[in-house]
Write a protein that binds this ligand. Structure first.
Ligand code: SF4
Ligand code: SF4
Ligand code: SF4
Length: 375
């Protein structure tokens, strides 16, 4: 029998731009139990998606239910565990909010993820989370090409160019370990693509936040560019946040990445991921050497009549195959439906809310937020 508080917490976390759906197996409850005990779950139920002070959160408890000091210490404990978010307000002090599973709780398990949590996370992906998460129209991440030649006839937006993103960012820059690979390591399924563990790059406010948490290492602008170049040489897929000035760039593999590996289990993974590009092979120049098939993280290349062809259903335009093709038989083309990412994460989450709840539902949520109610 699942204690009601965990089911309520699952529904409370599902009530966000990123879903946290119920599954038949109930694995999502196990996942929550790795992070919250019953008392902590009942505290998390009082949190809004918008950051609030301890006073405000305390006002939602019945008189005498919990002291303000105890609540403050429990909230800090939950933040330390990466189960909730805390931002420091210069006037109001620490402000806490609930956070989604991704990008949020899972990523905050970096450097401390356990085997049990890792196993339940990937089981949850299989049991229903990936379906709900990947089907959302507006994505949290997008794929951009690695540093390859793209025909000048195709304009490449600065949001689709890692080096332009870095140049535009005021910094600071930092790098963290890849929690997806750490999770797979715990499950004794080490990465098949790279030995590099530091492949999560953060920029600006995200870099400062992660450095303050002690999980990110500061990099100069030159260092972040050279580390990304190294990741590209390893065949990693560049996945920044789906915003015009992203605060992170992940360099991902198809075996460990929670997003790519989950998408690959669907018949048409490219449909589920955001990209403006795809690869095309000129059969005349293809010697069928197979190098591109080796590096492709999406299993998007197949052998057909003595040459290699791209499966559009799988190709996410990462550009890695271009880097290994000695005969320059591969080109990166535009999909023809250029998607300009949302301006920033606020706009991205607003779009996600609109898509999940419709206009009326969104107005209701905004109305509650304006009245200082929990959303
Ligand atoms: S999204 Fe990519 S780089 Fe980021 S943690 Fe997952 S695999 Fe690692
Ligand atoms: S790397 Fe180039 S030549 Fe080799 S199989 Fe791929 S497209 Fe053909
Ligand atoms: S075929 Fe594979 S490696 Fe080439 S762009 Fe598409 S997804 Fe990337």
């Amino acid at each position: 029998m699942i204690p009601d508080v965990f089911r309520q917490l699952q529904r409370h976390l599902d009530n966000m731009p990123v879903p946290f759906p119920e599954t038949k197996s109930g694995v999502e409850i196990n996942l929550l139990k790795h992070l919250f005990d019953e008392e902590e779950a009942s505290i998390a139920l009082k949190l809004s998606a918008l950051a609030e002070s301890v006073d405000k959160i305390h006002s939602r408890f019945k008189a005498g239910e919990i002291t303000k000091d105890l609540l403050a210490s429990r909230l800090e404990g939950l933040f330390d565990k990466g189960a909730i978010m805390c931002i420091q307000n210069p006037k109001k002090g620490p402000m806490y909010s609930k956070i989604p599973l991704v990008i949020g709780i899972f990523e905050y398990q970096v450097d401390r993820i356990t085997k049990e949590l890792a196993e339940d996370f990937f089981k949850y992906e299989d049991d229903g989370f990936a379906e709900a998460f990947l089907r959302s129209k507006t994505k949290q991440m997008r794929t951009i090409p690695v540093n390859v030649r793209i025909d000048p006839e195709f304009a490449v937006g600065s949001y689709d160019n890692a080096r332009a993103i870095i140049e535009k960012s005021p910094g600071p820059f930092a790098v963290m370990n890849c929690v997806c690979r750490q999770a797979k390591d715990k499950m004794e399924e080490p990465c098949k693509q790279t030995d590099i563990m530091q492949t999560c790059f953060t920029l600006g406010t995200a870099a400062s936040f992660m450095m303050e948490r002690g999980v990110a290492e500061k990099l100069t602008k030159d260092e972040i560019i050279s580390r990304i170049t190294l990741a590209e040489k390893e065949g990693m897929v560049l996945q920044p946040a789906n915003t015009q000035e992203p605060t992170f760039i992940c360099c991902c593999c198809g075996c460990c990445c929670g997003v790519l590996s989950a998408a690959k289990k669907f018949p048409e993974p490219a449909e589920l991921l955001q990209t403006n590009f795809y690869a095309k092979i000129d059969p005349e120049n293809c010697t069928a050497c197979g190098e591109c098939m080796e590096i492709c993280q999406m299993d998007a290349l197949i052998s057909v009549n003595n040459h290699t062809e791209v499966l559009r259903s799988h190709c996410i335009g990462c550009g890695n195959c271009l880097n290994v093709c000695a005969t320059e038989a591969i080109s990166l083309l535009k999909t023809g439906k250029e998607t300009i990412p949302p301006k920033d994460s606020r706009e991205m989450y607003k779009k996600m809310i609109m898509e999940r709840y419709g206009v009326l539902g969104t107005l209701k949520i905004m109305g509650k937020a304006a009245l200082g109610k929990k959303i």
